[in-house]
Design a protein around this ligand. Structure first.
Ligand SMILES: [Zn+2]
Length: 275
């Protein structure tokens, strides 16, 4: 049975992936992975694009246009569809994902760690980053997050496993998308992934590494600039393909995951699949 892990490196620009993600690029050079450029939907804002990635709908259609508008998803999404199909999901992600797909508003004392087969996402770990500011980024260590992802994969082997890490976005906000601080954090995420991705592959996971959006020299993301819309899509899988050099549609992720898992697509997922 095909299992899929989607890794979202929040705020990772395509050009920064090429220049600073030495492990991911080495995997491409060695033929272990393939890389396409993917185009983000608009606006290039986190919560709207988390929902786009999981529903296959653009923000103007799913209705979450800004982070301030975050609420539980009311469209067919990967977590709800897989639950309905009797499949198991897991996630290690920012607490926004609990608000979107976890079934209630986030309480760190109740929802930091979830192991409940009846929960909307049965195996979940969330970080809040509560109180984050330029003086204290409140970021979890990348390797600690990767270890949590591996723990869920090893112990529960969910059909769909989401890993979302925020640190590139955070340092991009403090220092800008052209800064050494942002680029070096991209490298640190990359090196942590080097310790996770091979384990996931050995455990039978198809693995994708992408981003929701990039970040610009104004320390910002929301609009329609190449550095905001161009994100990487690394594929560690022989089951997924697209013409070399094609710019992929971010709305293709959700239907592709469902097709890999052998689950019927809802009518709302209209973008072409990559398999
Ligand atoms: Zn984001």
């Amino acid at each position: 049975m095909t299992k899929t892990c989607l890794i979202i490196v929040d705020g990772l620009r395509y050009d920064t992936a090429l220049s600073d993600c030495g492990y991911l690029q080495a995997a491409v050079e060695a033929g272990h992975a393939r890389l396409w450029q993917m185009q983000s939907e608009l606006p290039t804002i986190s919560a709207p694009l988390y929902e786009t990635i999981h529903t296959g709908l653009p923000p103007v259609e799913h209705g979450i246009i800004g982070n301030e508008m975050i609420r539980p998803s009311n469209k067919p999404n990967l977590f709800s569809i897989l639950k309905q199909a009797g499949r198991v999901t897991g996630s290690v992600a920012h607490c926004y994902y609990h608000t979107l797909y976890g079934g209630s508003s986030f309480d760190p004392f109740e929802h930091g760690e979830i192991n409940d087969p009846d929960a909307p996402i049965p195996h979940a770990r969330y970080y809040s980053m509560e109180g984050y500011c330029p003086e204290n980024s409140a970021m979890p260590a990348e390797v600690d997050l990767c270890a949590q992802v591996w723990g869920i994969a090893r112990d529960h082997a969910p059909d769909y496993l989401l890993f979302h890490t925020s640190s590139c976005d955070t340092l991009g906000h403090w220092f800008g998308g052209e800064s050494s601080e942002y680029r070096i954090q991209a490298s640190k995420v990359d090196i942590a992934l080097a310790r996770l991705v091979p384990r996931l592959r050995e455990a039978g996971y198809e693995v994708f590494v992408t981003a929701d959006h990039g970040i610009n020299s104004d320390h910002h993301h929301a609009g329609d600039q190449p550095e905001l819309r161009q994100v990487p899509f690394y594929v560690f899988s022989d089951l997924v393909d697209a013409p070399a050099g094609e710019v992929l549609d971010q709305k293709s992720i959700a239907p592709t995951v469902l097709k890999l898992l052998g689950v019927d697509l809802p009518d709302t997922m209209r973008a072409p699949t990559l398999c």
